[in-house]
Design a protein. Structure first.
Length: 146
């Protein structure tokens, strides 16, 4: 369980009470609050600020799909860099694009496996589709080579 965040409160130059909200924005309370009211305010628990986490690893809604998108983007980045070097492994900054692509494909395969496992996807259906596509791609490739 996450510990609640305590607010940091200070007095403004005008004598008001400046308090942060759960989002980290400061608010000034004007007037002359009672000591008890100020103490109650200081003692309040503020829940940690965090995104909903939906679609991320650990979320309740499609866990891992956010990671899948991230890794797809990283594979696409490596592929686009290979295109920009006319297929040469060495990128302008010295990065070995072949090695980086291998690493990002590994990350993507892990994201796919995690997504499939955690969301109970039909892996037999995925495998059958993959087999059909691979056969088709190989057929296309052979057709272009003749
Ligand atoms: Mg990655």
């Amino acid at each position: 369980m996450t510990e609640p965040v305590r607010s940091k409160t200070e007095w403004s130059e005008r004598g008001g009470l400046v308090v942060p909200d759960a989002g980290g924005e400061s608010h000034e309370i004007d007037g002359n609050p009672t000591v008890e009211a100020v103490q109650d305010f200081l003692d309040r628990e503020i829940p940690p600020v965090k995104g909903s986490g939906d679609f991320g690893i650990g979320s309740m809604v499609w866990p891992g799909i956010g990671k899948l998108l991230e890794e797809m983007g990283e594979v696409a980045q490596m592929a686009s860099k290979l295109v920009s070097t006319d297929g040469q492994d060495a990128y302008w900054d010295g990065t070995n694009l072949r090695e980086e692509l291998c690493g990002e494909i590994g990350d993507l395969l892990a994201a796919i496996a995690f997504l499939s496992n955690e969301n109970h996807l039909d892996t037999a259906l995925i495998q059958a589709r993959m087999d059909r596509k691979l056969t088709l791609f190989e057929k296309w490739h052979k057709g272009k080579q003749t």
